[in-house]
Design a protein around this ligand. Structure first.
Ligand SMILES: [Zn+2]
Ligand SMILES: [Zn+2]
Length: 352
């Protein structure tokens, strides 16, 4: 059923996930489809043998029914943290999509003995604070680089890789000599660090904890209960605001001039589109681009820009890796760059 013609209905947006073994994802999908479409629930749900991940909007008059359905269902249950959005967009979803996927969070793990449901212990904001007050505790941020650099917890260790898949192997390498120390992991909403906590346990770490509900829930609890706040800067979320400011500190730096900034933008050159930090002054000077090469691109005729967009992944495979691009910007370019591509196109290169 489509609601796109409605301006607004009385609804609430909720997200939740659970790692739980689902022996027949197709049958579970069918069941949820029957129930949720009858209740006029809209949203996006992923089901995999390892669990479920859902974002949806529930009509206000169905909320009680929905909550008891979740808490009584054997594959869902009371343990699930229902994350209700506080300020929500107008009409968050326009249909209900339920998809079966190999994983709910892509991790590249093929080890059949790994069980993501055997996870570390949950901690709430208060226990997180107590645990991280202890010198011996390792605090590990399981988000992406661009999230860490504008905001993170005190003493948090960054795992500097671009994908969760790379982070999982890297974090074991980084902390492998310290398996007896307590480790507390966190991410934005909890789904990544929960799997990462299971991964560390799988690799023989003894005391693994993770922040239940992630930074979002931590900030909510800290504000509600007046607890000391250990998260500094901005919590990056993918929406129009590009991040909620948790404290007034600006802890990031402009990639171009190095001055303090946490203004995150995507490069205006669509062939690049890198997410990076740019201060207002550099935004003016570079016209919203990450480099003078990208600024050159946006001034080329549309035909040539289109060619560059098609050529970039083919001619500059390394360039499509965000970490390589950041290294280039910081001045250690060892791979072909956007500038090389501009030259090629100017010299009349054709598509192979
Ligand atoms: Zn700048
Ligand atoms: Zn760029």
């Amino acid at each position: 059923m489509h609601y796109s013609s409605l301006v607004r209905r009385r609804e609430k947006v909720v997200s939740f996930y659970r790692y739980v073994y689902i022996s027949n994802p197709e049958a579970f999908r069918e069941e949820l489809w029957q129930v949720f479409s009858a209740w006029e629930i809209l949203g996006r749900i992923y089901i995999a043998p390892e669990g479920i991940n859902a974002q949806m909007s529930v009509p206000e008059w169905m909320i009680d029914t929905f909550v008891s359905f979740v808490s009584e269902h054997p594959l869902l249950g009371k343990e699930i943290l229902l994350n209700w959005a506080i300020d929500q967009p107008m009409l968050a979803f326009d249909k209900l999509k339920i998809k079966v996927r190999p994983k709910i969070v892509a991790d590249g793990i093929s080890d059949p003995t790994f069980n993501p449901a055997r996870k570390g212990a949950y901690v709430d904001a208060q226990s997180f604070n107590e645990l991280t007050d202890r010198e011996e505790t390792l605090v590990v941020d399981m988000r992406n680089h661009y999230e860490y650099e504008v905001g993170h917890f005190e003493r948090a260790i960054e795992v500097p890789a671009d994908t969760f898949r790379e982070q999982l192997s890297l974090v074991v390498d980084m902390l492998g000599q310290q398996k007896d120390r307590p480790v507390v992991m966190y991410c934005t909403g909890g789904i990544r660090c929960e799997k990462a906590s299971a991964w560390l346990l799988h690799h023989g770490f003894k005391q693994v904890y993770h922040l239940r509900g992630g930074i979002i829930e931590y900030v909510r609890q800290v504000r509600e209960k007046g607890l000391p706040n250990k998260f500094h800067g901005k919590n990056f979320v993918f929406d129009a605001r590009m991040g909620e400011r948790v404290t007034d500190e600006v802890i990031g730096h402009c990639y171009q001039c190095g001055r303090p900034s946490d203004r995150q933008v995507n490069c205006r050159n669509d062939a690049c589109h890198m997410l990076f930090i740019q201060c207002e002054d550099c935004a003016q000077q570079y016209e919203g681009c990450c480099s003078s090469a990208c600024r050159e691109v946006v001034h080329l005729p549309e035909e040539q820009q289109r060619l560059i967009r098609r050529l970039a992944p083919q001619k500059l495979p390394a360039f499509c890796n965000a970490r390589v691009r950041r290294m280039q910007l910081m001045g250690s370019a060892t791979h072909p760059t956007m500038q090389d591509l501009v030259e090629m196109v100017r010299n009349g290169i054709q598509l192979a």
